[in-house]
Design a protein around this ligand. Sequence first.
Ligand code: ATP
Ligand code: MG
Length: 275
Amino acid sequence: MLDAQPTQTETVLEVNNIEVIYNHVILVLKGVSLTVPKGGITALLGGNGAGKTTTLKAISNLLRSERGEVTKGSIQYRGEKVQDLSPADLVTKGVIQVMEGRHCFEHLTVEENLLTGAYTRKAGRGDIDADLNMVYDYFPRLKERRKSQAGYTSGGEQQMVAIGRALMSRPETILLDEPSMGLAPQLVEQIFEIVKNLNENEGYTFLLAEQNTNVALRYAHYGYILESGRIVMDGPAAALRENPDVKEFYLGMSDEGRKSFRDVRSYRRRKRWLS
Ligand SMILES: Nc1ncnc2c1ncn2[C@@H]1O[C@H](COP(=O)(O)OP(=O)(O)OP(=O)(O)O)[C@@H](O)[C@H]1O
Ligand SMILES: [Mg+2]
């Protein structure tokens, strides 16, 4: 087991002023910097197309398959440049990404899906069984569904499979892309509770990308807000929750009543807080 308490001091991941270009021409990240402390939950927030997934893929070296490239800046994990590693090498360093859209192997059972997560390890069957039991402890639902074909399980169960599979690689840091996507509010809450428990009890470090600012800021320790490829604000989650601009444009809680997504979009064009 790793540290039981989040220390919030040691930085494990550092993204320094990165620029990402797709297809040699489309500039998507325009100088993004962020740091992820060991044992913390850090949220990367922002609307549709802000660049959250691109940032996570830049970190885990998944951009190449999308014709994307980090053209400036650097990414360090535990002080080591990791830009030139393959995604699999990065997994052996302890960093794993749970992709947006909860990718599962649909034709495999839930348990077989989980076991695929252990493929980068040289662990024996005993260790792997112990980890499988740990995953089942956190996700009792997956234990019930262990023999079901993953393609026939619900969206929430598939998200659990995707996270559980990542845990099977014995990571230190988990990059979690949009865990709330397409799930009913109650399930979203359930997934975030499990993330919180994993963080607190097992010491996993999380960097999670979320459009759902409200839920993310309730569970994260620190947040970064990304707009059109730039970080426009960052701070402790509690401070962001109280920030009037965040309340108005991301939490939909202003005095004038709830803002629609469209209002948020038109606001984005004005960029009041950037000027
Ligand atoms: N493979 C690609 N080729 C070209 N442009 C891309 C590619 N992938 C993403 N983009 C563009 O990069 C921008 C950022 O996309 P990204 O997927 O990182 O945003 P996001 O914040 O994750 O959004 P969402 O919340 O919708 O998942 C968008 O304008 C998107 O159209
Ligand atoms: Mg995304």
